[in-house]
Design a protein around this ligand. Structure first.
Ligand SMILES: NC(=O)c1ccc[n+]([C@@H]2O[C@H](COP(=O)([O-])OP(=O)(O)OC[C@H]3O[C@@H](n4cnc5c(N)ncnc54)[C@H](O)[C@@H]3O)[C@@H](O)[C@H]2O)c1
Length: 257
């Protein structure tokens, strides 16, 4: 059991990567605070966690509102007496359109508000607690679009790149407090986000299979296992990194024959 006796706060824990992470954390011995925008989804995750014998509480929070982040973190700390692990998983992807067609800066700002500012505030609030209680582990869920240039995602990609640099900055600033801060960077992952994109015809599964050297999108569990590693004591001397979980996607340049 790699997280025995630990308490984890996971945002966006009701679906996809967040839900898979919550379940794998519980199987490894952690109690989990499952935060989510929609309460019923988080309840489903909590029910599955309790079946493993671990404790779970759910919190509904809209992390685009700083006051809801503060209340969420305070409630999480009160629930199980502290937070050892924070996973900033909640995120939004929008504006899948050519850059010249982006007119709605409100929507553009919203992507940054959730993917960057909210993650920053969660790190700050939880980091403050960790600093005064012997340290902890923070894992931020970014994306390979924050590393490679990808057309038509000119809000999401830059927001995920900002998350990567924020992670490095926090890692070096907080190393002295024994707070490790790292990122995982998934490629396309088989969650409802991908299913919806395929349904809308924005994304082709065949193209993903062709582009990814391992011939498939990631499964939520592939990403959850990498998050588990970075959240565990196995990664105690690792901080400030971004670990791609991409089946070789970023390693692959371009095949001309
Ligand atoms: N699925 C992919 O292909 C993929 C690829 C790379 C990175 N990611 C990243 O992984 C993370 C999880 O994505 P997923 O695919 O599991 O998607 P998802 O849509 O299943 O999960 C996103 C979660 O974010 C939460 N969320 C959104 N806005 C929120 C808000 N205002 N307040 C609180 N919570 C909010 C939702 O409740 C949801 O649970 C995201 O950060 C995403 O950017 C996903």
């Amino acid at each position: 059991m790699r997280l025995k006796g630990k308490v984890a706060l996971i945002t966006g824990a009701g679906t996809g990567i967040g839900q898979a992470t919550a379940l794998i954390f519980a199987e490894e011995g952690a109690d989990v605070v499952a935060a989510n925008l929609e309460l019923p989804e988080a309840e489903e995750t909590a029910e599955a966690i309790r079946k493993t014998g671990r404790r779970a509480v759910v919190i509904a929070a809209d992390i685009s509102k700083p006051e809801e982040i503060h209340a969420m973190v305070d409630r999480a700390i009160n629930a199980f007496g502290g937070i050892d692990i924070l996973v900033n998983n909640a995120g939004v992807g929008a504006l899948n359109v050519p850059t010249f067609e982006i007119r709605d800066m409100e929507a553009w700002n919203k992507v940054f508000e959730i993917n960057v500012a909210a993650a920053f505030l969660c790190c700050q609030r939880v980091g403050h607690w960790m600093r005064t209680h012997g340290g902890g582990k923070i894992v931020n869920v970014t994306s390979i679009t924050g590393i490679a240039g990808v057309p038509y995602v000119n809000a999401y990609g830059p927001s995920k790149a900002a998350m990567i640099n924020m992670t490095r900055s926090l890692a070096v600033e907080w190393a002295k407090y024994k707070i490790n801060v790292n990122c995982v960077a998934p490629c396309w992952t088989r969650t409802r986000r991908l299913e919806k994109a395929i349904e809308k015809g924005v994304v082709s599964l065949a193209e993903i299979q062709k582009r990814c050297p391992m011939g498939r999108p990631a499964e939520p569990e592939d990403v959850a296992k990498a998050i588990l590693f970075l959240a565990s004591d196995d990664a105690s001397f690792i901080t400030g990194i971004t670990l791609p979980v991409d089946g070789g996607w970023l390693a692959y340049g371009y095949q001309t024959v």
